[in-house]
Design a protein around this ligand. Structure first.
Ligand code: ADP
Ligand code: MG
Length: 414
């Protein structure tokens, strides 16, 4: 996968204040702002990198997890989407690893190729003042590039499980020096699809390692399972009341099955819906919808797991750079992706679990921005909406297609 273009340097400092107040949903007193990075026990070179990235203050998960991780403790970290979890585990790892030490001291496992690339890029930026190489290992990418990368003995590997195991089996990579292991999107990494591979990988690492789990959704079963992989972990949980950030507005709209494409087209025709990520449940639905929208002249592309890596890269890069307004995607894009300009997340199909809803919707309203989530439902799906509302402890407003034009205009995300 080609490296994605670096974002332009942002002259304005980046502060995530709305998220810090969200951490104190229960109390009435205003939340104290999270401390500056200088107060967290990090070295000057890492502080320099954080400044270069334009981060003004730590976020609540960073403020709480970094000092604990620096002590070498295992951490279970839960905080809302877009609240800086990558740096929350990345900075303490960079602080503690030995840049001149053996290869693969830190292993970060991610559920998708795109996320592995993104996380490796964020860690590379955080490591800018420190000679610590970061390599992304994921399926669909030429083995030759990865083998060349491995010959540089990178201390940090960010990987999807399948390809990592390929390397372990062919002997191109060993995990015997791993001191830090992270499961990003931990609940996904420990669900049935990934758990066997993750377990095989962790078994190859020394048991004395430091293990960290991070996600916006940390169901009880994950915390229980986590004890199999962790030693006396400290749980840091930020969102308290809800896993959804408060700056996201949520609506649902009823449409019959036959009217869904028309309803969606009408939504996308609205100039207020500037950059939209549209989710379907299946790859086939994604393809069908893609064809239907193209036929209607919509500026849209598609991303799912049956496409070639080149097609996946191309779709995501075009969307990241706002060269295409809309991206249709399966859950492959639901977790972790950090795309700045998404104004709307649209669930063309209702997600099958409340957790997936949280992650999908978390692609907008990141890092303190505003965003909107629109979910199209057929009438019988109202029960799924109620389930999501209960889980997220938020209300999703009901609207009809007739109201939509007017409403979209009155709710333009900033
Ligand atoms: P999460 O994993 O919690 O969803 P990310 O780690 O992807 O969130 O971070 C979301 C965005 O916020 C990224 O663009 C990241 O560079 C940025 N970010 C992280 N920490 C800070 C901070 N302290 N201040 C401002 N922006 C930050
Ligand atoms: Mg993340």
């Amino acid at each position: 996968m080609a490296p994605r273009p670096r974002r332009p340097f942002r002259p304005q400092p980046r502060t995530l204040l709305p998220l810090s107040s969200a951490a104190h949903t229960a109390g009435t007193e205003p939340a104290p702002p999270p401390p500056p990075f200088e107060a967290l026990g990090l070295s000057e070179d890492l502080l320099g990198a954080v400044r270069d990235m334009g981060f003004e203050r730590s976020t609540p998960i960073q403020a709480r997890a970094i000092p604990i991780a620096l002590q070498g403790r295992d951490v279970v970290g839960q905080a809302q989407t877009g609240s800086g979890k990558t740096a929350a585990f990345g900075l303490p790892i960079l602080e503690r690893l030995d840049p001149a030490g053996p290869a693969v001291q830190a292993l970060i496992l991610c559920p998708t190729r795109e996320l592995a690339v993104q996380v490796s890029e964020e860690l590379t930026r955080l490591a800018a003042h420190r000679q610590a190489g970061v390599l992304a290992i994921f399926g669909g990418d030429p083995m030759s590039r990865q083998l060349t990368g491995l010959r540089q003995h990178p201390p940090i590997i960010v990987a999807t499980p399948g390809r990592l195991l390929d390397h372990v089996q062919r002997g191109s990579l060993t995990l015997s020096a791993v001191r830090f292991a992270v499961l990003d999107e931990a609940d996904r990494m420990l669900d049935m699809g990934f758990a066997p591979d993750v377990e095989r990988i962790l078994r190859q690492t020394p048991s004395a390692r430091q293990t960290m789990l991070f996600s916006a959704t940390m169901p009880e079963w994950v915390r229980r399972l986590a004890s199999r992989y962790m030693r006396d972990p400290v749980t840091v949980s930020i969102s308290g009341g809800t896993e959804l950030v408060p700056q996201v507005r949520q609506w649902y709209i009823e449409a019959s099955w036959a009217d869904k494409v028309d309803a969606l087209t009408k939504i996308l025709d609205s100039p207020e819906v500037r950059i939209g990520l549209i989710f379907t449940e299946t790859k086939r639905n994604a393809d069908l919808l893609h064809v239907a929208l193209l036929a209607r002249g919509v500026d849209v592309t598609v991303l799912h797991g049956d496409l070639s890596q080149k097609e996946r890269d191309e779709a995501l890069t075009r969307f990241r750079e706002s060269r295409v307004r809309f991206l249709i995607a399966t859950n492959v894009a639901a977790r972790g992706l950090d795309i700045e300009d998404i104004t709307h997340v649209i669930n063309y199909d209702v997600p099958s679990t409340p957790e997936e809803y949280v992650h999908r919707v978390g692609r907008t309203a990141r890092a303190g921005r505003e965003g909107m989530a629109l979910t199209l439902i057929t009438p019988i799906e109202i029960l799924k909406v109620r389930d999501i509302e209960k889980h997220t402890r938020t209300a999703i407003e009901r609207h009809t297609m007739d109201e939509l034009d007017q409403l979209l205009q009155s709710a333009v995300p900033a």
